[in-house]
Design a protein around this ligand. Sequence first.
Ligand code: BV8
Length: 235
Amino acid sequence: MHNPQRIVILTGAGISAESGVPTFRGPDGLWEGRRVEDVATPQAFARSPADVQRFYDLRRAALATVAPNAAHVALAKLQAARPGAVLIVTQNVDDLHERGGASDVVHMHGELLRALCLACGSSSAWHGDLGGAPVCPSCAETGRLRPDIVWFGEMPYQMARIEAAIARCDTFVSIGTSGNVYPAAGFVDLARRAGAHTLEINLEPSLGASNFDEVRHGRAGTLVPVWVDALLAAL
Ligand code: BV8
């Protein structure tokens, strides 16, 4: 195994599956029989805000019932062992990377535990429901808060930082993602163009599996600690 100096790790719903967070395209990847794309859009929020708020209020409340798993903890261990060398870019809106001990995490699709004010534009930490008429912590406007989540058709967060990190990484690892959603699904191509070694760790081949130099198929909770320990042993 080469000795990576700069690592970018992309994670998706699969890394949180063993913690009990439902995935999107797993057997139950639907919400009350509807595709997530039909709920997680600005159009859906305009059409029925109460419905969308309830969708996220339920997921936010469920966060208190789950805990990080061995894959989250292993990535935090790797970050601690290689300060500044490992960036985690997650599509997940849960806080399990941070609760697993990770420090440098980019939530490119937003966070369940943050709210965005449509009146003043500020983003603030939020733990309760957003249904009803919540008051913005910074401008005190009522009922103008939405989940601070990137919906379909909206620009993901910190794209410049993500693309810069991938352009200079020597190792790109994708964990627990099906490769359905862009621009995240295109990151492996960016990494290849940067000459990085690319590795997929996933329960099954993702849509982009053939774009990776190396693939390991199985459960993240088992494979990620093995990968991290081997990396740290090689140091
Ligand atoms: C944008 C927040 C402009 C909401 C999310 C190009 C081509 C086609 C379409 C597009 C394109 N470019 C843009 C689009 C449109 C769209 C898109 O990609 N649509 C798809 C459906 C075709 N993209 C957008 O709208 C994006 N915005 O493009 O803006 C732009 C363009 C260029 C550059 C900048 C901006 C915004 C997309 C973000 C939407 N918000 N989440 C919420 O959470 O409610 S996306 C959401 O779905 C997740 O965040 C995640 O990204 C995606 C779900 O995918 P995964 O995480 O991979 O989960 P999934 O269930 O699919 O797979 C789980 C995998 O884990 C499986 O493979 C399974 O086998 C594996 N697994 C299961 N258990 C385990 C496991 N693996 C290991 N261990 C286990 N135990």
